[in-house]
Design a protein around this ligand. Structure first.
Ligand SMILES: C[S@@+](CC[C@H](N)C(=O)[O-])C[C@H]1O[C@@H](n2cnc3c(N)ncnc32)[C@H](O)[C@@H]1O
Length: 489
């Protein structure tokens, strides 16, 4: 393998001719580093993936001249990467065998700069997950902590339940691991045609966020999720000028595909935080009735203009009775006060909240570029705007109350889809998608978990976060979490 230098010429292109800091993490060029920053990838081969991870998380030799050392378990990867030292155990049959292997390495005094383990065959359904959490999880994570050098990373591959339940195995394992290591990031491997796996990355450091464990015994699951796509990579047209004024719009095609999956023509679709009106536009295009509520008067105006542009031509060209479409100004925490919605129930609700106060985070994705273009960075200065709630747990609580309350407006068996992403701030992962699901589908929640579709954004530029220093991906996969209203006794 050739050892490459961190390319100053590439670095110069993003730092105005300025030579960047030395690359402390690996030997990659700026371009190769940036490729790895993307948080989802189309899986090609286990060997290639292992090589990319090893090359990202280690140098061939550290500055003191010592070779880096890596442990690879359960991957089809032979360790011939001199001068790197790579201990490779391609086939592991059971969790007990994995633990024994790690114990032997610990007793031999081995220490690693990177560890990569494929757990997909060992934790493959709810039964094996429960045994793992009960019997092996504490031992596995404490061994990983002992084998990893301080601050170094390990990657764990985890898949979906191969018995077809929608229980999110990777979330449970990664969350458990936070008691021993710091949860840093995740990458999503897309498997054609409709499957995927997670690569969860943990670091040998303390995690400052307590885990919110998701347990199979407590999460209400909905049967029959076979028709939900595991991932989608839409190709939306560029946003129009007025839509650019909104910092975070989702594409119509994504929402249309959900509306068509979960409703019939003429049904009522609702979004309680409709922003630029995308849900209502998608409803109109799918011949459904669309209702939206939005706090900011500016976005209400944009949404209403979009509705007019969408409905006027149809009034003249279509012989069917016009469908109801409505966007009103209001607060999602007080929907009962909105006269237009009184006594209206919905067949489907699809929505995306502010991602906590992420937009006011100066380093957040896209913010620098928006600032340069003089575009608004936050939704509003309104105290009732959820994007202005500073405390994460308070934000989570308000969101949970809104969504639990919405179940009263959903028809029986109706679906609520929430589009969110996990958030990284100050080196802490706030797993919003997982935390919300644990609350909405846990013992006191009003929903069953149907499953998740990853919306993978291939139309967003990659930004150079922490290049040369540590691993901060560009989160370009968003969770579209589908929940079904739970029947109440
Ligand atoms: C992620 S954006 C939704 C974008 C929308 N899906 C679109 O495509 O344009 C979240 C929206 O929630 C709105 N919002 C924040 N707090 C709200 C509240 N309490 N009630 C209603 N809307 C709120 C924000 O103004 C913002 O437009």
């Amino acid at each position: 393998m050739t050892t490459r230098l961190f390319e100053d010429t590439d670095l110069a292109s993003h730092s105005s001719g300025h030579k960047g800091p030395p690359n402390l993490m690996n030997d990659l060029s700026y371009t190769d580093w940036m490729k790895f920053q993307k948080s989802f990838f189309r899986y090609q081969s286990s060997t290639q993936l292992a090589r990319e991870c090893i090359e990202f998380f280690t140098k061939a030799r550290w500055p003191d001249g010592s070779p880096s050392s890596t442990l690879v378990v359960g991957w089809d990867y032979c360790g011939q990467d001199s001068p790197r030292i790579i201990d490779s155990y391609p086939v592991i049959y059971s969790m007990a065998q994995l633990i024994k292997t790690l114990e032997t390495l610990k007793e031999a005094g081995r220490k690693y700069d990177f560890i990569l383990i494929d757990l997909r065959n060992l934790i493959s359904n709810v039964g094996t997950l429960e045994t793992f959490l009960r019997t092996h999880a504490d031992v596995l994570f404490s061994l990983l902590r002992l084998l990893l050098r301080q601050d170094k990373y390990c990657g764990l591959a985890l898949g979906t339940d191969n018995e077809g339940s929608s229980f999110p195995l990777p979330w449970a394992v990664a969350d458990f691991g936070r008691s021993y290591l710091r949860l840093c990031d995740e990458k999503i491997g897309l498997l054609e045609p409709n499957n995927l796996f997670y690569l969860g990355f943990l670091r040998n450091k303390t995690d400052e966020r307590p885990p919110i464990p998701i347990s199979p015994a407590e999460l209400h699951l909905s049967a029959g999720n076979a028709t939900i796509p595991a991932w989608t990579v839409p190709k939306p047209p560029p946003r129009k000028k007025n839509e650019m004024l909104h910092p975070a719009k989702f594409p119509e095609t994504l929402i249309t595909s959900f509306i068509e999956r979960f409703t019939n023509p003429g049904d009522r679709v609702f979004d309680p935080m409709v922003g630029t009106g995308t849900t209502v536009v998608a409803a109109i295009r799918s011949k459904r009735q669309g209702y939206g509520v939005e706090l900011s008067p500016e976005f209400v105006q944009i949404a209403q203009n979009r509705l007019l542009a969408e409905t006027c031509p149809r009034l003249f060209s279509e012989s069917v009775a016009p469908l109801t479409t409505l966007v009103v100004r209001g607060d999602a925490t007080g929907l009962e006060e909105i006269a237009e919605l009184r006594n209206v129930t919905f067949d489907y609700i699809v929505t995306s909240p502010p991602y906590w106060s992420m937009l006011s985070n100066p380093g957040s994705e896209g913010q620098r570029a928006r600032k340069l273009k003089n575009l608004p960075l936050v939704y509003s200065q309104n105290d009732r705007d959820l994007g202005n709630v500073r405390d994460y747990d308070r934000f989570l609580q308000i969101l949970t109350e809104i969504y639990n309350g919405l179940s009263a407006k959903l028809v029986n068996d109706g679906i609520l889809t929430v589009v969110v992403k996990n958030i990284k701030r100050n080196h802490i992962v706030y797993s919003l998608a997982w935390d919300l699901t644990a609350r909405l589908c846990g013992p006191s929640g009003n929903y069953e978990f149907v499953g998740n579709t990853f919306w993978c954004q291939d139309d967003v530029g990659i930004k150079p976060f922490a290049v040369g220093i540590h691993w901060v991906s560009n989160t370009l996969h968003q969770y579209c979490l589908h929940y079904k209203k739970r029947p109440r006794p």
